[in-house]
Write a protein that binds this ligand. Structure first.
Ligand SMILES: NC(=O)c1ccc[n+]([C@@H]2O[C@H](COP(=O)([O-])OP(=O)(O)OC[C@H]3O[C@@H](n4cnc5c(N)ncnc54)[C@H](O)[C@@H]3O)[C@@H](O)[C@H]2O)c1
Length: 347
């Protein structure tokens, strides 16, 4: 348990974001809101830092509608004092899929030019909040972060983290965190919590599903069949950690419904057995706001990682990734990951 900021700890954490979409905008609004309140913050202080210690120093996108604009032109509400930052062009290494950026033209720079931009601002972390399915770009962002001397955070479902890249980052005193952000109280976290509770109460789950419907741009992107399949695999594997036995389950994004806007609805069904094989059947739905749901986890991980990096305690990335992502290298039960995270980082 940490008690206060250590003497050798930096005062501020600097971040740059690739992908100026819904999550980035929400995060920026949060930086303003939490100047005067702790309402809705999961952990006001992590690693000795408050959310106000996080400083946004760069934003990148490849949508020509966004590149060149100031944040204040894109985030209409208060923008955390970062309104005058200009969105710079990022890297576009994927063939442009029809489901992404269908309203704008691409505006990007070559890899080396991006690395130079990153070196100029030298953030502690580069956060990849780019659209689902941009796998090659995500990978190039992680390489660019490494080359520029920044730690990397992959919120997307692209498979970026592996033991080799993790140790390459660590050999430079940096961290890589990922993959696929697990929202604070989203479809996957809630599903895992239910399974844990039922198995702890001695109930034997037989079959289950979780069907997610959303109305934002990311859900629309996920409708591409290949991506849908990939996300289904990640979510299904993520929830399987919670039960000590196998049962038939499917979890995945099922439909895009524009009228839901920023909301996401998860529909759950579970069939289980109790004493004398008695039947237990559950039908539930959970509606949340997608972008806000990810932000506590993002600001918690960055602060924890900054603390661990300053102490050169780089293997702590395993706890942070298990706490914050659906597909970490080292999987932990959700309860254990929160406990370990709080013991290490929350004062
Ligand atoms: N709770 C959550 O919101 C949550 C949970 C898990 C994962 N995620 C992931 O976080 C990411 C961001 O989510 P979002 O809702 O903000 O998405 P979004 O679609 O609103 O925004 C994505 C942004 O990335 C930009 N982009 C696309 N390719 C790029 C590239 N190569 N370089 C730079 N920018 C690029 C797009 O122009 C867009 O502005 C997604 O991959 C999503 O799957 C979010």
């Amino acid at each position: 348990m940490i008690t206060d900021k250590k003497k050798n700890m930096p005062d501020k954490i600097t971040i740059a974001i690739a992908g100026m979409g819904n999550v980035a905008s929400t995060l920026i609004k949060g930086f303003q809101f939490y100047k005067n309140s702790n309402d809705g913050l999961w952990h006001p202080r992590v690693g000795g830092f408050t959310i106000n210690d996080i400083n946004l120093v760069g934003v990148f996108d490849v949508d020509s509608v966004k590149v060149g604009k100031k944040i204040k032109e894109l985030v209409t509400e208060p923008n955390g004092g970062f309104g005058d930052l200009t969105v710079q062009p990022g890297i576009a290494e994927d063939p442009r899929p029809s489901h992404v950026l269908n309203h704008g033209q691409l505006k990007s720079v070559k890899y080396n030019e991006f690395v130079n931009s990153l070196k100029r601002i030298k953030p502690d972390f580069l956060l990849s909040l780019i659209s689902s399915g941009m796998d090659r770009s995500g990978e190039m962002y992680s390489k660019a972060a490494l080359e520029a001397g920044c730690s990397f955070f992959n919120a997307t479902s692209s498979k970026i983290i592996n033991p080799q890249i993790k140790s390459t980052f660590e050999s430079k005193g940096l961290m890589i965190l990922g993959d696929d952000l697990m929202s604070q109280f989203g479809g996957t976290a809630f599903h895992r919590g239910m399974i844990e509770f039922m198995t702890n109460r001695g109930i034997k789950i037989q079959k289950a599903y979780q069907l997610d419907v959303g109305g934002n741009a990311d859900t629309q992107n996920t409708m591409a069949e290949e991506l849908r399949e990939k996300k289904r695999k990640i979510k299904t594997e993520s929830i399987s950690v919670e039960a000590p036995y196998m049962f038939r389950s499917t979890a995945g994004t099922t439909e895009y419904a524009e009228q839901l806007g920023s909301s996401r609805v998860s529909y759950y069904w579970m069939e289980a057995k109790g004493f004398l094989g008695s039947n237990i059947e559950m039908d539930l739905s959970l509606r949340t706001d997608d972008s806000t749901n990810g932000c506590n986890v993002i600001v918690d991980s960055i602060r924890a990682a900054r603390m661990a990096i300053s102490k050169n305690d780089l293997t702590k990335s395993e706890i942070i990734s298990a706490y914050a992502f659906k597909s970490p290298l080292k999987k932990m039960k959700i309860r254990d990951s929160i406990k370990s995270f709080e013991e290490e980082f929350v004062s």
